[in-house]
Unconditional design. Structure first.
Lengths: 94, 406
């Protein structure tokens, strides 16, 4: 399963009302004025769209050890792909 | 102690989406009560209600902001924008820090609560939207006002059911009067016309099946309304120093608790709030020209309120105009006192007494001049506005005509 950057960018653009053209892989979410509640909305929408669970907690967002550090669009793309593959494997084992 | 004046009024209600439309409808004696149909199929319901008409939130708020706003917050922000604009105040960093935001609300983000729980219980959605809590929290309206206007002084929401707005206005009066702040944005907001709220009110058996007829024979109960009215209060000195137009003076506030029954109103509690208000304003009973009554249209409230007015005003009660504007704008619960204070200020300025519409015939238990059905030309110098809530919370505000109007 491969979730593309374009698919993720579309979700982010919709949820945070950011110009789609600004959402390149290195785009810094904070610089685009994407605020903390909007990150939560983005997570929610990504979970819905890709049928995955994202273990994101706003309290530990800054904690790199949780594996969910979302600074750029690329971070989100990598995270959803990693989780999608992990959860696909778990489902297959289960 | 500072004298406290009103320099801005903003209204959104079933009678109109701004204070000008509201004033016209009050003077014309128009009732905005009509049938409200909600839900469909087996859950369909129909109630009499006074709904804000033709309100398009997207015309007032950017999508990014709107998704954070329950209908109650939307109303509060629209009314605040009107009031602040009229006041001419610009909230600099310094003034923002010297300003309070104190808003009354009876049911907070009830529409969001209702919609969210419907998704969980009826639609079996496994989870709710991430913005559910910021939208439904009771304090949201006050918070958004501070954010929109850069106000960094004290801010909070007061809940005392149907007295919420008057409690808030009374609190704001005291903070401005004492010098704790120079300016306060205050009033009330309510958006309670959702399925869950209407079913809950219906279960209490106090809703009128036909319409709201305060103080009239044949009255059958209350009719819910919605909306917001927001005021800019400031010290007389502050207003005069900047040459602001003064709409009215908030002369005093009185509050009390029945401490008896959760739902049944008590004469003593209502009377003691009115007495406390007159005392606080330095007024004698004989100074008052008009009472904007709580006048819900229930059997109990209207008779008890009439008795309480007799007790407080004695011989003078017969000379008072005592009307309830709820028959026009509905009972907007936590916004009621604010809509009614706006009505009272407008009546003073335009020199008329707002009527009690839908009035059929006099009831011996409500034997005051209730100004039935048609507005009356009269000059009101001093008025009080009553709110008596379920829970026995009573709050009364006294208003004097603007010092600049004499």
């Amino acid at each position: 399963m491969q979730i593309t950057e374009a698919e993720v960018a579309e979700v982010v653009a919709n949820e945070a009302r950011v110009d789609r053209a600004l959402l390149t892989r290195d785009a810094d979410l904070a610089e685009l004025d994407i605020q903390s509640l909007e990150i939560v909305e983005i997570i929610f929408a990504l979970e819905d769209k890709f049928g995955i669970e994202i273990p994101y907690n706003a309290n530990s967002a800054a904690d790199k050890t949780t594996g969910v550090s979302l600074k750029t669009l690329g971070d989100i793309v990598d995270m959803v792909n990693r989780l999608a593959n992990e959860q696909l494997k778990e489902a297959a084992v289960g | 102690m500072n004298r406290v004046v009103v320099t801005g009024v903003g209204v959104i209600s079933a009678l109109g989406n701004n204070s000008g439309e509201y004033a016209e409808a009050l003077q014309a004696g128009r009732s905005a009560i009509g049938p409200l149909n909600i839900m469909a199929g087996e859950m369909a319901g129909s109630w009499m209600a006074a709904e804000v008409p033709n309100f398009d939130p997207a015309a007032h708020f950017e999508p990014r902001k709107l998704k954070l706003l329950d209908r109650a917050s939307q109303f509060a922000l629209v009314a605040t924008a009107e009031a602040v604009k009229e006041s001419g105040l610009a909230f600099t960093e310094e003034l923002g820090a010297r300003t309070a935001v104190i808003i009354g609300s009876g049911s907070g983000g009830a529409v969001t609560t209702d919609e969210s729980y419907y998704r969980l219980y009826a639609e079996r959605e496994p989870r709710l939207h991430p913005l559910t809590i910021p939208k439904l929290m009771f304090n949201a309206a006050a918070s958004h006002i501070t954010i929109d206007h850069g106000i960094t002084g004290p801010s909070f929401v007061i809940a005392s059911a149907c007295s919420s707005a008057n409690s808030a206005i009374g609190m704001a009066l005291q903070m401005v009067r004492s010098g704790a702040v120079d300016v306060a944005i205050t009033g009330g907001t309510e958006a309670c016309l959702n399925f869950g709220s209407l079913k809950s009110w219906e279960a209490l058996r106090v809703m009128a099946p036909d319409t709201c007829r305060p103080f009239s024979k044949g009255r059958k109960g209350m009719v819910l309304g919605e909306g917001a009215a927001i005021f800019v209060l400031e010290t007389l000195k502050h207003a005069q120093a900047r040459g602001a137009a003064i709409r009215a003076e908030i002369a005093g506030a009185g509050m009390s608790s029945d401490a008896q029954d959760i739902a049944v109103p008590a004469v003593a509690g209502a009377a003691s709030a009115m007495k406390a208000c007159l005392r606080d304003a330095g007024l004698d009973a004989g100074d008052v020209d008009y009472i904007n009554a709580h006048g819900t249209g229930t059997q109990a409230n209207d008779a008890v309120e009439t008795q309480a007015i007799h007790e407080v005003f004695g011989q003078h009660a017969g000379k008072l105009f005592v009307s309830s504007t709820k028959a026009m704008h509905g009972h907007a619960l936590g916004a009621a006192g604010a809509l009614e204070l706006a009505a009272t200020i407008i009546a003073m300025e335009r020199r008329f007494v707002p009527p009690t519409v839908n009035f059929l015939e006099a009831d011996p238990s409500c034997d005051l001049d209730h100004v039935p059905n048609e507005a009356r030309a009269a000059s009101i110098g001093v008025a009080i506005s009553n709110s008596f809530a379920f829970g026995g919370h009573n709050a009364v505000i006294a208003v004097r005509r603007s010092p600049s109007a004499y």
